[in-house]
Design a binder for this molecule. Structure first.
Ligand SMILES: Cc1cc2nc3c(=O)[nH]c(=O)nc-3n(C[C@H](O)[C@H](O)[C@H](O)COP(=O)(O)OP(=O)(O)OC[C@H]3O[C@@H](n4cnc5c(N)ncnc54)[C@H](O)[C@@H]3O)c2cc1C
Length: 480
């Protein structure tokens, strides 16, 4: 996590402030919100917070930082969960927040695209698209705070990946300031552009280590005339996958979300948020939230597919939303899961993907390995199983606080994380499905990524950022 930078001297800090003028920067003493970790594990630091208003200003800041070897941490919504936007170790870097660059530059109806600045909040983009009877399908529980710059920088996934892909699949163009301060601008809404290495895809998912994304051109899609949502009770993740295969046969590509939740997880949500309720009469070990969208008739098609699954013995209990408010209540059970985990004292949150065919074995293996560490630990496994993405949240034994657990079992957090990572490797998975590496997982990347891949990542980093000023300490360091 460490960054071997020295603190910039007063002259450099003054030069940076003068680029932005009054209102364009904050002292770190006034910057508490930039130092908060959504999961409460880290506290960030910085020597100055800069709030540019234009790509030109970002470019000027980066040029000064590159000349003076000042580390820059790009910051959008601050919802990243792997400490990529936080420097917990020292205050030598500056934070560059895109929050004032939050304009919608253009809505291109005929191209089905929208050009937005990096600081646009994801939910705002949803609202602007809706005004034009269109939709931007990237969505996740943090949508009210995360911004498109952060979404692109982390190649965010979320709840509709099976139908619409990750952030990179929804992006036609990127504008970014590279580590030498030059501006890369390819915002034209082109679906085809084979003119060499695709810098857009290099910058997407680079977590601020190769440049600062300042704007993006995004794909808008037609709004589904009809959406249908069901909540199903199932005995195991394996049964959920068999059910999914049958649904796919019946509904094809119209399945837009498939969220697995454990019985323990749903009970946890309901216990922390008493306004929410499990809509099924009987409790089950596992639940699957299914959503399908498409032309008129999709509701009836989902209902018919559920009935066929009942008859085939693939499903024994389900409820289908009959109104928008019922649909929202079903989604609340899923969207309040991160809050319930936190309230329950979760001390480990994994973000694994494995091949879909191996999800069941992966969950069994991790549960077994965690029980070997401490059998009373409680595990809330859930995730976007249509794309193989499982989050294991591990909570202390019933009645024990996180602080007491760590006091009585020093080292347990690392042991549990290692157990999940080893199981991930056993089943050919990835230690980061959608959250990225940030500063939290740099050591894990060293351990689990193939050596050739690491070498290539470092070469790319060195070629673009030889002074290692872009988000130093996150993802990979620059090495020649
Ligand atoms: C409740 C909750 C639910 C979540 N659910 C999901 C989910 O379902 N799927 C998912 O993928 N993620 C999820 N996340 C994680 C998080 O919301 C995403 O990673 C999101 O994309 C981060 O966006 P942000 O604007 O908050 O970025 P930040 O937190 O500000 O930054 C994240 C990373 O991107 C870099 N960065 C930020 N802006 C830029 C920029 N303009 N240019 C270059 N680099 C930049 C930062 O330096 C940092 O490394 C969730 C988080 C929370 C708290």
């Amino acid at each position: 996590m460490t960054m071997d930078f020295t603190r910039p001297d007063a002259a450099v800090l003054d030069e940076l402030k003068s680029v932005l003028g009054p209102g364009g920067w904050k002292e770190s003493a006034d910057g508490a919100r930039y130092f908060e970790d959504p999961r409460g594990r880290f506290e960030g630091k910085a020597c100055l917070i800069l709030l540019p208003e234009s790509t030109r200003q970002v470019s000027e800041i980066v040029k000064i930082c590159n000349a003076a070897r000042v580390g820059i941490i790009p910051f959008s919504g601050g919802t990243g969960v792997v400490a990529g936007q936080l420097s917990p170790d020292n205050e030598n870097a500056i934070i560059l927040s895109l929050e004032r660059m939050n304009k919608v530059r253009d809505v291109l109806i005929e191209d089905s695209a929208i050009v937005v600045e990096a600081g646009c909040i994801l939910e705002t983009i949803h609202a602007v698209a809706a005004e034009h009877d269109l939709t931007f399908p990237l969505s996740m529980a943090s949508k009210g705070s995360c911004c498109i710059g952060g979404n692109m920088a982390t190649n965010a996934g979320g709840i509709q990946v099976i139908r619409h892909g990750n952030a990179r699949d929804l992006c036609l163009g990127i504008e970014a300031v590279l580590p030498d301060g030059s501006i890369h601008s390819e915002l034209s809404p082109l679906w085809k552009n084979n003119t060499g290495y695709d810098l857009r895809h290099l910058l997407i998912g680079s977590e601020g280590t190769l440049g600062i994304i300042t704007a993006a051109t995004l794909i808008l899609k037609p709004v589904d005339p009809e959406t249908s949502t069901a909540f199903c009770g199932l005995p195991s993740p394996g049964a959920a996958l068999a059910f999914y295969r049958a649904l796919r046969k019946a509904l094809g590509e119209s399945i837009s979300a498939l969220e697995l939740m454990s019985g323990f997880g749903v009970d946890l949500v309901v216990s922390h948020f008493p306004d929410l309720a499990n809509p099924l009469e009987h409790s089950h070990d596992w639940y699957l939230l299914v959503e399908a969208g498409g032309s008129v008739g999709i509701h009836a098609a989902l209902e018919a597919a559920l009935n066929d699954c009942f008859e085939a013995g693939l499903l024994s209990d389900a409820v289908i939303a009959q109104s928008e408010s019922q649909r929202q209540s079903l989604w609340d059970l899923r969207e309040y899961t991160p809050d319930a985990n936190r309230a329950g004292g979760a001390f480990c949150n994994s973000d694994t993907s494995v091949p879909i065919s191996k999800i069941d074995m992966f969950i069994c293996e991790t549960v077994k390995r965690i029980a070997e560490i401490e059998p009373r630990l409680r595990i809330n496994s859930y995730g976007h199983i249509g794309d193989g993405n499982i989050h294991h949240n591990v909570l202390p034994p019933e009645g024990m606080s996180k602080a007491d657990l760590v006091k009585t079992h020093p080292g347990i957090i690392d042991e549990v994380r290692a157990a999940i990572n080893v199981a991930t490797r056993m089943f050919d998975g990835s230690i980061s499905a959608e959250h990225g590496i940030g500063r939290l997982k740099t050591a894990d990347l060293e351990t689990f990524a193939p050596a050739e891949k690491l070498r290539t990542l470092r070469r790319i980093k060195h070629a673009l950022d030889p002074n290692n000023i872009m988000n130093p300490g996150a993802l990979v360091e620059s090495r020649g």
